[in-house]
Design a binder for this molecule. Structure first.
Ligand code: CU
Length: 487
């Protein structure tokens, strides 16, 4: 019995090895055929590549034949805004972070021109993950300021690929924003969708803590420690919020080309309020369906697709969630159109739920308040105030100060607010619970006391009073200090 079994096992094992070997060699042959055919596609004419700044992407390749595609990419080192009052010297491909989007197709022969602007201080190069060849082009594209280099490559594999600078110290060049995406469409192009956008995550390391104002230099030690001050989409905290939000209409299909430049952090990419109908996993050819969150490695990418069915604001986040709400990895997609109550009812019933009694909760305080650079003008005060509003007040009182019906009173055109500035200061300082009437409507909710400095409270209230039809009251830090000591 034993003997027969063993024999049988050996037979099955041999058979399995045989089948696997056959499959393997078949697969290899298939791959060789693909690689060979892509390499052998003859180009038909030449054209200058359309390059776009994020969040836009160039026109789809559609059915166009393979061509010699000429790409001119200029490296620019320039100061940009990380968030309100915080500036950073970005190193860029094409003047933006991420760099210009490049769209090619399998069989294209890319003639790549890298130009390092004479005003730049450092040499740079480019490593495109879509290149089959040493360093992805890096060794052929090293250029000093005021110089240019040219190399060419045949586009062999379809997919969404990262490109980045690979000049030493490589981590520093990437940390300063030197990355972007190159899309290689298959023969005949990707399926048609209604909207396409370009979103790329990156982590940033500054000498000052998150929110500390002024021109912030890169911090090498924090980068080595992977201790990011900012994690953002498209190079800055508000690149995809407010007026910069992405847009779509109910019923449309949306495709996001999502990259992660790193240099360090892996992204748990998620869209709050949506499910990805399709994900081209890691930007390759495998398509997964019905995905909530997709992992995008540093130096990797993914293509996600979804249909927007109901109106509202979808929120793009890295679901390592403190990055989203505290470090900036948050973007918005505003969807306009008709409600569909069958898909989403909206709130059906709402009431007050306070199991721990009516005590006002407070946010955990920092033992040492951060030093804040004073605003130099009313204009700057309003600008800084808006940043605080977006971080602290936005969730309840909403983007246009409209509040949430039956829950959070409006700040826009608010008779309650405009009647008494000191009362408004007290509420931000100490919180508020109990019934109040705003513009003739009763509200009975809880606002927590906010851990903000006097200057920050002055800024955010001045912003609120300056916005949405309020009475333009100016709130000074001194006024806040007075109210604070009055209690
Ligand atoms: Cu560089």
């Amino acid at each position: 019995m034993m003997r027969t079994n063993r024999f049988k096992n050996i037979f099955i094992a041999t058979l399995t090895v045989g089948i696997v070997a056959t499959l393997y060699s078949c697969n290899q042959q298939k791959e060789e055929v693909i690689a060979k055919s892509a390499a052998e596609i003859v180009v038909n004419g030449e054209m200058e590549a359309e390059l776009t700044s994020p969040p836009n992407v160039p026109k789809p390749v559609g059915k166009r034949p393979a061509k010699k595609l000429i790409v001119h990419m200029e490296v620019l080192e320039q100061v940009g805004e990380m968030t309100g009052g915080v500036e950073y010297v970005y190193w860029t491909f094409g003047g933006t972070v991420p760099g210009s989007f490049i769209r090619t197709r399998v069989g294209d022969e890319v003639e790549f021109h890298l130009e390092n602007h004479p005003n730049n201080k450092l040499p740079h190069n480019i490593d495109l993950h879509a290149v089959t060849g040493p360093g992805g082009g890096a060794s052929s594209s090293f250029v000093a300021p005021g110089h240019k280099a040219k190399f060419s490559f045949k586009v062999l594999n379809p997919g969404l690929y990262v490109y980045h600078c690979a000049t030493a110290p490589v981590g520093m060049h990437i940390a300063n924003g030197m990355y972007g995406l190159i899309l290689v469409e298959p023969e005949g192009g990707l399926p048609k969708v209604d909207r396409e956008y370009y979103v790329m995550q990156g982590d940033f390391y500054t000498k000052g803590a998150n929110g500390e104002r002024g021109l912030q230099p890169f911090d090498m030690q924090k980068a080595v420690d992977e201790d990011a001050d900012y994690v953002v989409f498209n190079g800055s905290v508000s690149a995809l919020t407010g007026n910069n939000a992405l847009t779509a209409k109910v019923g449309e299909t949306v495709r996001l080309y999502v990259g992660n430049g790193g240099p360090n952090l892996v992204s748990s990419f998620h869209v709050i309020g949506e499910i990805f109908d399709a994900v081209y996993v890691e930007g390759g050819s495998m398509v997964n369906e019905n995905v909530q969150t997709t992992l995008i490695p540093a130096g990797g990418a993914a293509i996600v697709e979804f249909k927007v069915d109901v109106p509202g604001t979808l929120v793009l986040v890295d679901h390592s969630i403190f990055r989203a709400f505290n470090k900036g990895a948050l973007g918005m997609l505003n969807v306009e159109g008709e409600e569909n109550k069958q898909i989403y009812s909206g709130t059906i019933e709402e009431g007050i739920y306070l199991p721990e009694g009516g005590g006002i909760q407070s946010m955990p305080g920092d033992s040492k308040p951060m030093e804040v650079v004073a605003a130099k003008s009313r204009e700057e005060k309003i600008k800084f105030g808006r940043e605080i509003y977006m971080q602290t007040c936005f969730a309840c009182h909403q983007g246009e100060g409209q509040g949430v019906p039956n829950a959070f009173p409006p700040l826009a055109n608010s008779d309650y607010l405009n009647a008494d500035v000191d009362r408004a200061i007290d509420i931000v300082l100490h919180g508020l619970s109990g019934e109040i009437t705003v513009n003739g409507v009763k509200y009975n909710s809880v606002m927590t006391s906010q851990t903000l400095t006097d200057e920050e409270i002055a800024n955010v209230l001045t912003y609120v009073y300056d916005s949405w039809g309020n009475n333009k009251s100016d709130v000074t830090p001194m006024m806040v200090t007075k109210r604070r000591s009055a209690h």
